[in-house]
Design a binder for this molecule. Structure first.
Ligand SMILES: *[C@@H]1O[C@H](CO)[C@@H](O)[C@H](O)[C@H]1NC(C)=O
Length: 203
């Protein structure tokens, strides 16, 4: 009896502490192996903490709703980026699916191919789908924000990071008009604009 009571108190205290800490450290995370990613042709790293978070949409493929649809979406984006674009790997650092899960792309601190001039100082997060008219569902927004919080908590993303949409550094409608409006209310959003003629730079 005495022991059981003690254990209950410990469990209650742990639950309270977790609650105080806010979101738990448990990310809904799908590593590359789990979506059957092809190996990258090469990997180039950069040092952190990472100063920028850049939000994208895939436009195509469209929104995926189940785990298997989202794995398909990851495979198709990787294939397009590696084969048609000739890049090392899927361009994004991470992608978020309509199943509310975070899919590992190149990962943190790996030079991406998603935002020219920012690929070696940013985390590129792709919200899978076309978010021109519709807002991504709440589970996708929550997943993206939990990934950013995880990065900051672990000093992978700089605590004073700047969050922007792809269109702020390149002439593109990405991340979609509706999603672009949404991210303007996210923590650390900056209205900075640094768009240059894409023909004047490589990748
Ligand atoms: C963030 O902090 C670093 C280190 O203190 C500093 O060099 C950088 O300019 C800061 N960035 C912003 C956007 O304030």
């Amino acid at each position: 009896m005495y022991l059981q009571g003690g254990i209950l108190v410990v469990v209650a205290v742990v639950q309270i502490l977790l609650h105080i800490n806010g979101t738990s450290a448990c990310l809904p995370y799908i590593p590359r192996e789990a979506w059957d990613a092809k190996p990258p042709k090469s990997v180039e790293k950069f040092a952190g903490p990472i100063p920028y978070v850049i939000i994208h949409h895939s436009y195509q493929p469209g929104a995926c709703l189940t785990g298997s649809e989202c794995c398909e979406a990851m495979l198709s984006m990787q294939k397009f980026h590696q084969q048609d674009r000739g890049w090392n790997d899927i361009g994004y650092s991470f992608a978020v699916g309509g199943d509310g899960r975070i899919y590992e792309g190149r990962g943190f601190n790996v030079v991406g191919a998603h935002a020219p001039r920012y690929n070696d100082k940013s985390v590129g997060i792709c919200m899978i789908g076309d978010w021109t008219v519709n807002l991504p569902p709440e589970n996708m927004i929550a997943a993206a924000q939990s990934l950013i919080e995880y990065g900051v908590r672990n000093n992978i993303i700089a605590s004073n990071y700047t969050l922007i949409g792809h269109r702020q550094v390149r002439p593109t409608e990405c991340p979609g008009e509706r999603l672009f409006k949404e991210i303007q209310s996210w923590p650390h959003y900056s209205p900075m604009l640094d768009v240059v003629d894409p023909n004047s730079i490589r990748t």
